[in-house]
Design a protein around this ligand. Structure first.
Ligand SMILES: Cc1cc2nc3c(=O)[nH]c(=O)nc-3n(C[C@H](O)[C@H](O)[C@H](O)COP(=O)(O)OP(=O)(O)OC[C@H]3O[C@@H](n4cnc5c(N)ncnc54)[C@H](O)[C@@H]3O)c2cc1C
Length: 388
């Protein structure tokens, strides 16, 4: 792969840098999951839209910027080094719901749902997991029964990020009870304020409450909201998990380099038991150096995935390597930070203490979008050719 950028790509880098310098929000994104954070995210999305930077990967015909994967990488590198706001509430619509509708939706669905995502008017959530169906997603039991021109949904989802703030949910339902497992599943767009939906937040150990249980009691959804045809949802869900393990986390992966540099800066001003600053302690200095190298290795793996996407259109099973390495690395970043801070200075209010919060949050990252064990299975079977 060629690591040099063309003059056109360097020009794009400069354009992104200048735009971000002039348009970054004057205040930091609220860290809580709240109406305030939602309003902030939508407003930032509107600013991106006005600047022509909404949906950088989305095709131009659907209002996106139409950047190729390498150009997206350039955008994200600049975005991360400018310290621009996290995707937060915008993540699902921009990276999962929107791209899935682009890939599998009909023209009416594209016209109705895509522009509001780009314009910062709607928030989406993902209703895949159920109490008995997580890693084994094909075990879902939430059912959708056709009644006239509507689908009547009953059942339960769990771990739905942002559900109580979302306008729409992409929900997987079993529409043919006779068919086993991955046959007979449909991918459906459901309005979150539909009668019959009950949402209950779940508190997490990082102090947040952005996960939810969602209950459906005969929720009526137009058949026109089924994407890709009835009973075709498995193929669509797998396509979407490909985005989730491939490019959707690229922003976070790129940001990690900056986070490690922040940690190194923290170590320069934090005293440890030996009396000096953490950075002067051999053991900490070695650990921090290793994290810096690992963050660079992650960047190199991201470039490798980008190069693969450029060639074949998908990161393939290598997306699992990237997700696994990222999930492990952020845990090591969090635990090193917490060790440096030491118990006495550890701000156990995880909502305000950046590093304790980071460590606790990292455990969830290793589960969402497919657990680390599942990524190891994929790597073993599809990349290394090991038996199931
Ligand atoms: C922060 C966070 C956000 C999330 N957001 C969403 C969301 O928005 N929408 C949504 O639908 N879901 C969401 N999830 C749910 C997530 O996708 C599931 O938690 C995940 O797929 C695991 O499923 P499970 O929790 O049912 O665990 P299980 O599948 O029951 O797994 C339990 C344990 O067994 C291991 N295991 C299971 N099967 C195998 C196997 N074949 N080989 C080896 N080990 C195995 C797993 O790795 C895990 O350690 C989120 C989860 C988290 C933590």
């Amino acid at each position: 792969m060629d690591l040099t950028f063309t003059p056109e790509q360097e020009l794009l880098r400069q354009e992104v840098r200048t735009w971000l310098e002039q348009n970054l929000p004057p205040v930091a994104r609220p860290s809580s999951t709240s109406d305030e954070a939602k309003a902030f995210d939508l407003e930032w999305q509107q600013t991106l839209y006005r600047g022509g930077w909404a949906g950088i990967s989305w095709p131009v015909e659907y209002g996106g910027r139409g950047l190729d994967t390498l150009e997206q990488l350039i955008f994200l590198q600049e975005y991360a080094s400018a310290g621009a706001p996290d995707e937060g509430f915008r993540f699902n619509g921009l990276n999962l719901g929107g791209p899935t509708i682009i890939a599998y939706g009909n023209e009416q669905q594209k016209a109705q749902y895509l522009p509001p995502i780009l314009r910062g008017e709607t928030i989406w959530c993902q209703g895949f997991s159920e109490p008995g169906a997580g890693s084994d997603l094909a075990a879902i039991r939430t059912r959708g029964v056709v009644d006239g021109d509507e689908l009547v949904i009953s059942g339960q989802k769990i771990w739905t990020s942002y559900a109580r703030f979302a306008d729409y949910q992409q929900v997987l339902v079993r529409t043919d009870a006779e068919q086993l497992r991955h046959r007979g599943i449909s991918w459906v767009i459901c309005k979150m304020d539909s009668p019959g939906i009950t949402i209950r937040p779940i508190g997490d150990m990082a102090g947040g409450d952005d996960l939810h249980e969602v209950f459906y009691d005969e929720v009526r959804v137009p058949l026109a909201n089924i994407v890709g045809g009835i009973n075709n949802g498995w193929k669509i869900a797998m396509g979407q998990l490909g985005f989730e393990r491939g490019t959707a986390f690229m922003t976070l992966q790129i940001e990690l380099t900056r986070v490690v540099e922040d940690l190194i800066e923290m170590a320069k001003t934090t005293t440890v038991d030996s009396g000096g600053f953490a950075i002067e302690d051999d053991e900490y200095a070695r650990a921090l150096g290793k994290l810096r190298v690992e963050a660079r290795a992650l960047q190199a793996m991201t470039l490798m995935a980008v190069s693969r996407i450029e060639r074949s259109g998908s990161p393939g099973a290598e997306g699992s390597m990237l997700k696994l390495y990222y999930s492990d690395l952020i845990k090591r970043v969090g635990s090193t930070a917490v060790k440096i801070l030491g118990m006495s200075r550890l701000n156990m209010s995880v909502k305000s203490g950046r590093w304790p919060h980071w460590l606790l949050w990292s455990f969830g990252v290793a589960l969402g979008g497919g657990t680390s064990e599942i990524q190891r299975n994929i790597i073993g079977e599809r990349l290394l050719g090991l038996p199931r």
